[in-house]
Structure formats: C-alpha cells, structure tokens
Design a protein around this ligand. Structure first.
Ligand SMILES: [Zn+2]
Ligand SMILES: [Zn+2]
Length: 434
C-alpha cells in the first residue's frame, strides 16, 4: 500500500487471522478490564494532581515524585528515580523471572508554558500506568513470561526529545515493543502517523559599502536571502501534498544607505517520513546556496534535527483495536476501518522510538471543551482535566494492556510484530521519487 509516498506493507489480514485463531487469549480482557477499574480510585487523584500542577519539560519534579512513589507502593516493581542522568526520568520494572518478551509503556509528564496541561500528558501518564500495572497483574496471575517496563519520559514538548535521550542512554536496550497514547478530540486510532520535522537556520555574510557612493564594492546579504526566499516559494509548487515549508526572515539587513552585510532567516520543514525530510532538506538547502551563488555572499546553514515521523506497527495496532472494540460501551468516533492510517500533522519523539522498535502511539478522543479546542488550546487544558477524559484514558490503558498481555502470552506473536517492523523499515529506505 502506498500513502502519499509512504509505503507500508499491509499484513492486516494475516494478523487478523492470527489474532482470531488464538481466541483463548481473549479471556484476559475481562480481567484486565476489572483490574484497571480497581486502579481507578488510586489513579484519579494522581491524574488530578499532575493536571493541576503543570510542569515544563525536564522540570517535571512533582510528577516524577508522585509517580515513582506510587509505583514503589505496588507489589513486585523495581523503581529507579532520576534514571539515565535525567532528574525527572524514571524506570519501573516488573520481572516475571522467566525469559520472554519485554513490553514497555511510556509515561509523558510535561506541560506547556502558560497553557498548563493543554496537551493532556496527564492522561497519557494514566493510560500507561494503568496498562503497565494491569499487564503485570496478568503476568502474576497467569504465570506469563517476560518483563513489563513503565518509563517516565520527560521533555516531549518543543524539541526536548526526552525519549531520544533515553534511547541513546540505553534505556530501551532489550525492550521489544513500545506503547503509548495521545489524547485529542478527533480520532480513536492506533494507526497514527505523525510528521518528521527539522529546523534550518540560514545566515548570509556579505560586505558593507556605501549604498549611494560605491554600492559596487558591497555584497548584499539581504539580496541573497531574498533570492533564497523566492527560490523556496518556487519550489513549493513541486513539493508533495504532505510537505510543509515555513520560512521567515529574522534579520533583514540594516539601514538603507548601507549595502547589507548580514541577513538571516529560519525555515521549518515537516514531512511524512524521515527519508522525505532528507530530500526536502537538500532541495531547500540548494535554494539557500543559490542566493549565495547569485550574490557572492557566504552562506551558513545550521540544521537542528527534530523528531522522526511515527511508524505505527500494524500487528500491534490490530491487537489494540480488537481490545478497544471488545470492551463495553465503545465510544465515538469508531476506530477507522482496517488498515486506514490516521495522519496527525504534529511531531513526537515516540517517532524516533518507532524507528528503533515496534511502536503504537494510539490517538484517543476525549469529550471536547465548549469551544471544541484542539490540543495546545486553553479549552483542551480544561477538557483534559475532566473525569470523562480520565475514564477514556483508562479505556486506552485497558486496550494497551490487552495488546501487551497477548504479546507475552502467545508464542510467536512477537516475531510477527518484528517481521512487520522490519518490512516497514525496509520500505522507508526505498527512494520515494523513482
Ligand atoms: Zn503537545
Ligand atoms: Zn503531547
């Protein structure tokens, strides 16, 4: 299947067959349902506390403290505070003592400057906590093999990339799958694609000269930037529908009677995949160099790598969907038909994890506020603090746990998940424009 140049090999039919063949494992879901309901009264005050005490990226000290304290109070969990050199990162591990898959859930904790929990990360935390605890409970009751990890992942907002730092520090070594969710108001979907992005800062260095007396002695840096701006504008006609190029001039030269010796701009690129990002970055850089060539100015381009696009694992997504639909009172909107991707034009560091291991980043819809505000609006901050939103997060936790427990309980399922991941990674390496 090809979607806007992104190729995913669909194995949905195969995974559906495999999942329904092993229907004996469906018996876990009613137990998971009850187990998470039992956790509700303990999780609700935690949810409220985190929501009402918003903390910025890498400063999630109160959330770190209440969550690690809570995990330490749970039987059988080994908890490490301030893990991997980050004060607000933490890891809680439950080990069955038997070799088997290692499943993990990420807990985001950070809020937005001036907007509080307008991205609903308190709900992400609750869904992952509920999922991790219920999965461990099933491991204990049914003597399942493997390990369950819950990771406190700081600094998702901006380009903090807490998960990238954890990945590079080895926090996911030996981990087989990574599960997380994100609230919004539009979609219920485990097949979520997010965008890859990068930020390019461009600077032109020319030579000042008197603009009336001897302009021929100068090199006009602003001219270089204007040529580049126009070249990018022309490029936009041949970009893909999923490409976004934002460009602004941050330094437009000095007084008009001087040939401008310096000019600068910032460009932000968003694309459907990391390989497309590389292509687009090369094209935009060529536009920047064209400005320099035409004027004789020197150009410097500084690239800040943003987050990778998120590549959802179809086998894991099918497990999640099956649980979501089997739980009572399925909320609207329904999960889209088999195989249909949900595109979210935002970026997340879970995207980088999806390039390291099979991942699901399930979108879930909470009841909107009065203005139907999307994430990063004051309206969504209110919506993410309601009991109804909390209940929806618990349903997500149940579905994530249902998927994870099946991975632990069904021999061979992890191989299918990893085969799918390898096919997705191979497909992403193919050139897009041939
Ligand atoms: Zn956000
Ligand atoms: Zn968010």
């Amino acid at each position: 299947m090809e979607v806007d140049g992104f190729i995913l090999v669909s194995r949905e039919d195969a995974c559906q067959r495999s999942i329904s063949r092993n229907s004996s494992h469906d018996s876990f879901l009613p137990e998971i349902d009850k187990s998470v309901d039992g956790l509700g009264p303990w999780l609700l005050p935690l949810n409220q506390f985190i929501h009402d005490n918003p903390e910025l990226a890498f400063r999630e000290h109160q959330a770190h403290d209440v969550l690690t304290r809570f995990m330490r109070s749970q039987d059988g969990w080994n908890v490490v505070s301030s893990a991997y050199g980050m004060e607000t990162a933490w890891v809680a591990k439950f080990d069955s003592g038997k070799a088997g898959p290692v499943v993990s859930f990420n807990v985001e904790m950070d809020a937005l400057d001036g907007l509080g929990h307008a991205c609903g990360h308190n709900l992400i935390a609750m869904a992952s906590l509920a999922a991790g605890l219920a999965t461990a409970e099933m491991v204990r009751r049914h003597s399942l093999p493997g390990k369950v990890l819950v990771l406190g992942t700081p600094g998702e907002e901006g380009v903090g990339g807490g998960k990238i730092r954890l990945l590079e520090a080895g926090a996911y070594d030996g981990v087989d799958i990574s599960l997380i969710s994100h609230p919004g108001i539009l979609n219920n979907s485990p097949l979520v694609r997010t965008t890859a992005f990068a930020r390019l800062e461009v600077e032109y260095f020319g030579r000042a000269a008197h603009a009336a007396n001897s302009p021929w002695l100068g090199i006009n840096a602003l001219d270089a930037l204007v040529i580049a701006y126009n070249a990018v504008s022309v490029l936009r006609q041949q970009t893909m529908a999923t490409d976004v190029i934002g460009l602004s001039i941050t330094n437009g030269g000095g007084p008009t009677n001087v040939i401008h010796p310096f000019a600068a701009g910032i460009c932000v690129l968003r694309t459907a995949s990391s390989s497309r990002l590389k292509e687009l970055q090369e094209k935009v850089s060529a536009c920047f160099r064209a400005g320099a060539d035409a004027t004789g100015a020197r150009v410097e381009i500084k690239v800040t790598r943003g987050y990778a696009d998120h590549v959802p694992n179809r086998v894991l997504a099918a497990l999640y969907t099956k649980c979501w639909n089997a739980l009572p009172n399925v909320p609207d909107p329904p999960i889209p038909p088999t195989g249909e991707l949900t595109w979210v034009k935002a970026s997340t560091d879970q995207g980088n994890l999806s390039y390291a291991m099979p991942s699901v980043n399930a979108s879930f819809a909470i009841p909107p506020g009065p203005q139907k505000g999307q994430p990063h609006s004051p309206d969504f901050e209110k919506a993410s603090g309601t009991k109804l939103a909390f209940d929806r997060a618990l349903r997500v936790g149940k579905s994530l746990a249902g998927a994870a427990v099946q991975v632990l309980a069904e021999p061979g399922l992890l191989d299918q998940i990893k085969d799918q991941w390898r096919r997705d990674m191979d497909a992403l390496k193919q050139p897009l424009l041939e």
